[in-house]
Ligand binder design. Structure first.
Ligand SMILES: NC(=O)c1ccc[n+]([C@@H]2O[C@H](COP(=O)([O-])OP(=O)(O)OC[C@H]3O[C@@H](n4cnc5c(N)ncnc54)[C@H](O)[C@@H]3O)[C@@H](O)[C@H]2O)c1
Length: 282
């Protein structure tokens, strides 16, 4: 299939008539001014990727965004307008050529890339909802493909654009380290993802490219709605985290943006927990 190059779009200016007020916070210190990056994984205004996009934009960075398909576009486009995103393109990693087309568009429009946020995961219901030992080959392959391989492929495509160095992020979860009820095969995929982060950090480090996994506590997003008894996870996190609070997508965004700043230039290969300290508690 031909790459979806023609779908590159410069978004039209934000129309606020009748809409709630823009949600990008006012931040005086534009610590990421001049940085340009791609954020993949905004489905709606509950997405972790949206929390990241708001933070990067608030700190002055430019943000390119993607949407899964035409159905998702109507939710993502208004958010892209708020971000004043110069690049808005479709990206379903299962559609051949779409990932390459996004990086090609960035190459021709910006010529380089400073940061990349990979915030996507998927597992078919029949794979996610069963025991790990029962997962079939197809369900396993699909889970690993979207949730882990796409991260490595995006690192591969970002590398030549990060000629001046850069920072790459992906989103993981504590279920990679501990057996979390109902997280199942996604825990296996996240363990592979965290390992992929370390190898990518080692391989790309000499080029000034840093790579991190961000591990947020549970957040009520669309992806999370596919996990049975998710409310129990939220209750447990709220009750046991040292901060006695749940994290928000804004907390995740701010911490991610911090790691993209030059002040964090010697931090790489990390899995950073944004979970109120939940992971240190037995
Ligand atoms: N919500 C949580 O509690 C939580 C906690 C820790 C980590 N995470 C991780 O954060 C990331 C973002 O999830 P979220 O919670 O913001 O949910 P979300 O539903 O808002 O985002 C998931 C995104 O993945 C995208 N996606 C799925 N398959 C895709 C494909 N084939 N091609 C391109 N995009 C695809 C969806 O379009 C969506 O934008 C995921 O990796 C998730 O595992 C979530």
């Amino acid at each position: 299939m031909a790459p979806a190059r023609a779908a590159t779009a410069t978004v039209t200016p934000l129309q606020t008539n009748g809409r709630k007020k823009p949600s990008i916070p006012e931040v005086k210190a534009k610590l990421l001014e001049g940085k340009r990056g791609l954020i993949v994984g905004i489905a709606n205004d509950s997405s972790i990727a949206w929390g990241c996009a708001k933070a990067f934009r608030a700190f002055g960075a430019e943000v390119a965004v993607t949407y899964l398909n035409e159905k998702a576009k109507k939710f993502v486009e208004p958010l892209a307008q708020e971000l004043e995103a110069p690049i808005l393109m479709p990206l379903d990693t299962r559609v051949p050529g779409q990932m390459e087309a996004v990086f090609e568009a960035i190459g021709s429009q910006w010529g380089l890339l400073d940061y990349l946020v990979h915030s996507i995961a998927f597992s078919p219901k029949e794979a996610l909802h069963g025991r790990v030992v029962d997962v079939g080959q197809e369900g396993f392959a699909q889970t690993m493909d979207v949730s882990c391989w796409t991260f490595l492929r995006m690192c591969h495509l970002a590398e030549p654009l990060m000629r001046k160095g850069g920072t790459i992020f992906t989103m993981t979860y504590y279920g990679s380290q501990m057996v979390v009820k109902n997280y199942n095969i996604m825990g296996v995929a996240k363990a592979a993802l965290e390992c992929a982060v370390r190898y990518a950090a080692a391989e790309l480090g000499p080029k000034g490219i840093r790579v991190h996994a961000i591990s947020p506590g549970p957040l009520a997003t669309r992806a999370a709605s596919g996990i049975p008894e998710f409310d129990a996870l939220l209750d447990k996190a709220r009750a046991q985290a040292p901060t006695r609070s749940l994290v928000s997508i804004d907390d995740v965004g701010a911490a991610t943006a911090f790691l993209a700043h030059d002040a964090a230039r010697l931090i790489t290969g990390e899995t950073l927990y944004i979970d109120g300290g939940y992971h240190i508690i037995d």
